[in-house]
Design a protein around this ligand. Sequence first.
Ligand code: GMT
Length: 377
Amino acid sequence: MNIGIVCYPTYGGSGVVATELGMALAQKGHQIHFVTSHQPVKLNFLNHNLHFHEVFVENYPLFHYQPYNLALSSKLVESVEKYKLDLLHVHYAIPHAYAAYMAKQMLKDIGIDIPIVTTLHGTDITLVGSHPVYKPAVEFSINHSDAVTTVSQSLKNDTLRLFSIKKEIEVIYNFIDFEKIEAIEKDELLRCNLADPGERIMTHVSNLRPVKRILDVLRIFHKVQQQIPAKLILVGDGPDKEKANLLAKELGINEKVLFLGKSDEIRKILYLTDLFLLPSETESFGLAALEAMAEKTPVISSNTGGLPEVNIHGVTGFLSNVGDVDDMAKNAIYILENDQRLEEFKNNAYESAHQFSIDKILPKYEELYRRVIKNQM
Ligand code: GMT
């Protein structure tokens, strides 16, 4: 199939999922055309079936805001026509589903009916999409997509609760490519770069936005390290970084907290990690938790959104109410205080992550694509 993919090309979860999906589809022989504002960060062009079409926004002094929507729909029209695309798969509703709808209408004028698959990722529904400023346009573009998917059952429930949806929504979970996991260099000796001998390693990876509750991460760690020698690794960059820095100093733990910023070595870090922390306010799926589990790392998380579908309480880690730092610290200590128990949780996390293996998820997307293309004929 000739598939157009639209996503945010940055470090965000939806962009990562879209890029990994496109690369996996290309490996299976599909022609994949990324139509994005920049080259997606994880896009590896060594595969022949991958193509990238940059959306260029022509600036003009009159514009207060750049009309990205317009530029994207125009680029989609051009790409569908030029590369004979069979469908468009847009990730994150805002503004991608809306721009794809506009492109579809324009293409109708020249006798092309292009099917649109929209994948909802989380904040496009919960935090941002349901805001009155965007809600009518988001609702409209979901209802006018040819197929709609969410990355968890919880996000499907949220979508149906927050919007008036007339479309069937299919849950297709996020996934992990175990071949890539196995390819990472596994060298326990690298641990000494992150922690002293005898110390446990706890890690948090995110874009350090308020929704991630990074201050809870520090408070949990503060309690844990009072009983268990440990280091905290914070990977990522974002608006709450400075607050986190200040709190680490205030709590007297700044020497035990490593701020690594954005990193291309997340998988290696996760492999060396003993416990992953994700106390988010809301999380439609929690791809970071799945990535940790795939590297044999148990997870302490909040029980919000789709997290209970990924992190299994008492098996792959523990879930607590949002903000219940005491409970999260207690659970973290329970896992970390005993070598054998930690090993059991690590193995459980790894085993459980396999239900989200790309081999199981990719065929679901291919099947959906075939269905929408067939319905269009
Ligand atoms: O919140 C983020 O970190 C970014 C955001 C995105 O769309 O890029 O992530 C959302 O999509 C991810 C991939 O499907 C999910 O794993 C995250 O749980 C989700 N984030 C939230 O719901 C807050």
